[in-house]
Design a protein around this ligand. Structure first.
Ligand SMILES: *Cc1c(COP(=O)(O)O)cnc(C)c1O
Length: 329
């Protein structure tokens, strides 16, 4: 990937003459079955620009309460675009179609206007859960029938596609816009892309400049993303196998329990019993033995497998877990 990036042909993407960025954007659009796509520096930017374009100031969008756009992007939709979120509680990040009944506000001078539904697939805080395809189809069909737009935060859409054996374009076809990340499981250093209709992406380009995301010789980083799309998708299945192995070990270890069982993709979230200590304490004890995990709540820990973690390292991680937990008791 580094060599491919070093050799990338570059121009100036701000004025549309960077051939590698253009190649990436065409490839993403084709893969996702959309007319057009645009490369951006981050997934926060692709998501926030999508929300901004689907809504007007004083509008509201519907999303799951633990989703990334609501929890981890500083409510940029409010700060930068004057938009409000209405959250619905999901089960492991999954909402049911019935929860949307009655959520569209009537149009009158007192109320915000309901404009958009945002879903996340796979769901990060939901332990990497793949959204059930039929559920997504029911929700997005309902949205379209009721005049709402739909956006998919597909930061991990390729994980969802590999785990479900449903192609990214079939997932993407259900939404007006789709965001994907290259710098998560796909292993590229930088970037995300937003895909949608030609007109939508034209507007997204203008918003990207407004948000400070216009990039010049971006072909260097776009090349990393291109390489990832060409080489690192099918191998995501290995990350899922490794996560399943870690999950097996957690299931067998006393004092910790999986949040979601079985683990479907590359994210393993588990809770530690209070009498053993906090997640932060367990994180520190695991780190002392060389295993890096993330405390994501008072008792909750997240582990993620990816292309830099080999099977032998997963086995070593399991040994560390089995050694550390009894030592905390
Ligand atoms: C990582 C991530 C994003 C984008 O985050 P950036 O750090 O801005 O690239 C968006 N959604 C989800 C679910 C993510 O995990």
């Amino acid at each position: 990937m580094r060599q491919f990036m070093a050799q990338a042909e570059v121009g100036d993407a701000v004025i549309d003459i960077d051939p590698t960025t253009e190649r990436l954007e065409k490839m993403v659009a084709a893969m996702l079955g959309k007319e057009s796509a645009i490369f951006m520096p981050s997934g926060s930017m692709t998501n926030q620009i999508a929300i901004r374009l689907h809504c007007q100031p004083g509008d509201e969008f519907l999303c799951e309460e633990n989703c990334h756009v609501y929890n981890y992007e500083q409510a940029a939709f409010a700060q930068l675009s004057g938009i409000v979120a209405r959250t619905l509680p999901g089960v492991n990040g999954v909402l049911s179609p019935e929860q949307f009944e009655g959520t569209i506000r009537p149009i009158n001078d007192h109320l915000v206007r309901t404009r958009l539904v945002c879903l996340e697939n796979t769901h990060n805080r939901g332990s990497g859960t793949v959204q059930p395809f039929d559920t997504v189809q029911t929700i997005t069909t309902w949205a379209a029938e009721n005049g709402l737009k739909t956006h998919l935060d597909g930061a991990r859409l390729f994980n969802a596609a590999v785990a479900s054996d449903i192609s990214v374009d079939r997932w993407g076809a259900m939404f007006d816009s789709v965001s994907v990340c290259f710098s998560k499981g796909l292993g590229a250093p930088v970037g995300s892309a937003l895909a949608g209709s030609g007109e939508f992406i034209q507007k997204a380009k203008r918003a990207r400049k407004l948000f400070g995301g216009g990039m010049r010789q971006s072909g260097i980083i776009a090349a990393g993303a291109l390489f990832a799309l060409q080489n690192n998708i099918e191998r995501l299945a290995e990350d899922h196998q490794k996560a399943a192995k870690l999950a097996d070990a957690i299931r067998e270890t006393e004092g910790i329990a999986l949040e979601v069982d079985p683990v479907e993709t590359n994210i393993v979230i588990f809770t530690v019993e209070k009498q053993l200590g906090t997640a932060a304490q367990l994180q520190a004890s695991l780190a002392e033995r060389g295993l890096l995990v993330l405390a994501m709540g008072p008792q909750k820990i997240r582990m993620v497998t990816h292309l830099d973690v080999s099977m032998s390292q997963v086995e070593a991680a399991i040994e560390v877990i089995k050694e550390t937990l009894p030592a905390m008791a």
